[in-house]
Design a protein around this ligand. Structure first.
Ligand code: SAH
Ligand code: SF4
Length: 369
């Protein structure tokens, strides 16, 4: 039986073909899609947006992902790692500005020195914030023991994007070696969950050779993995990376942005109570990109709070926004920007995934900061 678009977005169970139809929506259908996702966000999450102050800890990376500006082989990139004091200053900045949480993100390192350094920093941040700051990590693939050690040291959410859930596509954007193995990345997602973290993943949208079917599969992958959080955004080429050569295969930046918005809205309809982040890459294409993403179903904002000197060097892609500003310049406008789209900021709150909490309640586990 043929369904009209309204029937599809109201279906109880969304199948792959429905998701593809939603991702292809334009005109009146797209308006309906965004309206529906907003309604669901309001009823399942509310209109509050929660902040994660993003600390870009280091751009040193042992990996060579073909799309990323801080890949190991990019010799043009100067390298930095924040000093301990600089990290605690960023955490203090988050506290002083009433943020509920921070994210520590970096290039990937798995050496013992790095692992111990992060463990120590987590304990220190826990101490200075008296446990008030929620901590998310985004530090790549690690061993089960490392995940456990970092969880025990005070982090409680972890983001590891699968980049693409289609193995074949994943392999076209990574070198073909053990360090960039799709199955290992998948195993890491399970190990992160096993360690106790709220689990977040995501994909890049608008990759060369990526089809609507691939993107629908990504959404079904998030659902099958029953993730607690998703951060996904447009792929943006970086001129000093191998994937830049595939530029002729890309959709325009506006088309990638449009698709990213529809991915967010469709995901919100599919997984009503998870946390969805408005990725910084959205803002690289459209100055209001993150606000629009929130309007269409995202509920997490990750303002960059890395100290000014270094953020120019954490260039995953060309045109990364806010790199020349101090954190305070960005912070001043958050309330205004959120107010403009009818949202407010949940200061002092962790804003954990409701989806995760529901699962815990079901399993009779109490989770309090
Ligand atoms: N090293 C860690 C975390 C830092 S990279 C990791 O890889 O998990 C964080 C994310 O930045 C990656 O997961 C990827 O999805 C995104 N990213 C990297 N290069 C990008 C690009 N050129 N365009 C858009 N997103 C990019
Ligand atoms: Fe390193 Fe992450 Fe960039 Fe890959 S995406 S090169 S792991 S920083």
């Amino acid at each position: 039986m043929l369904c009209n678009f309204k029937d599809i977005i109201n279906k109880k169970v969304l199948e792959k073909q429905d998701l593809i139809t939603m991702l292809n929506a334009e005109g009146d259908d797209k308006v309906l899609l965004f309206k529906k996702s907003r309604e669901i966000t309001d009823s399942a999450i509310g209109n509050k947006v929660h902040l994660r102050g993003l600390i870009e800890y280091s751009n040193v990376c042992v990996k060579d992902c073909l799309y990323c500006g801080i890949r190991k082989s990019n010799r043009k990139q100067e390298r930095y790692t924040l000093l301990d004091d600089e990290v605690t200053q960023c955490a203090q900045y988050a506290l002083d500005n009433n943020y509920g949480s921070i994210v520590i993100q970096a290039g990937e390192r798995t050496d013992a020195v790095f692992i111990a350094k992060i463990t120590g920093l987590l304990k220190e941040i826990h101490k200075i914030s008296k446990g008030a700051l929620g901590i998310t990590l985004s530090l790549g693939e690690q061993s089960p023991d490392t995940y456990k050690a970092w969880f025990d040291a005070g982090a409680h959410r972890y983001l590891l994007r699968i980049e693409s859930s289609t193995k074949q596509l994943y392999n076209t954007i990574h070198p073909n070696n053990a360090l960039h193995d799709f199955d290992n990345r998948m195993a890491s997602l399970h190990n992160i969950r096993k360690a106790g973290f709220q689990l977040g993943t995501g994909v890049m949208i608008g990759l060369p050779h990526q089809s609507m079917e691939n993107l629908a599969d990504d959404l079904l992958f998030f659902q099958a993995l029953d993730v607690d959080m998703v951060g996904m955004g447009p792929y943006i080429e970086h001129s000093d990376t191998p994937l830049f050569e595939a530029g002729h295969l890309l959709k325009t930046k506006q088309e990638r942005l449009n698709l990213a918005f529809k991915m967010i809205a469709t995901l919100r309809i599919l997984m009503k109570d998870i946390n969805i982040a408005a990725a910084t890459a959205l803002q690289a294409i459209d100055p209001m990109g993150r606000e629009k993403a929130i309007k269409y179903g995202a509920n997490i904002l990750m303002p960059n709070i890395t100290t000014g000197n270094f953020r120019n060097n954490y260039k995953l892609y060309d045109g990364k926004p806010c790199t020349d500003e101090n954190p305070a310049d960005c912070n001043a406008c958050i309330d205004v920007r959120m107010g403009m789209i009818g949202s407010s900021v949940g200061y002092h709150e962790w804003g954990d995934s409701k989806h995760f909490k529901k699962k815990q309640t079901k399993n009779n586990i109490v989770w309090e900061p």
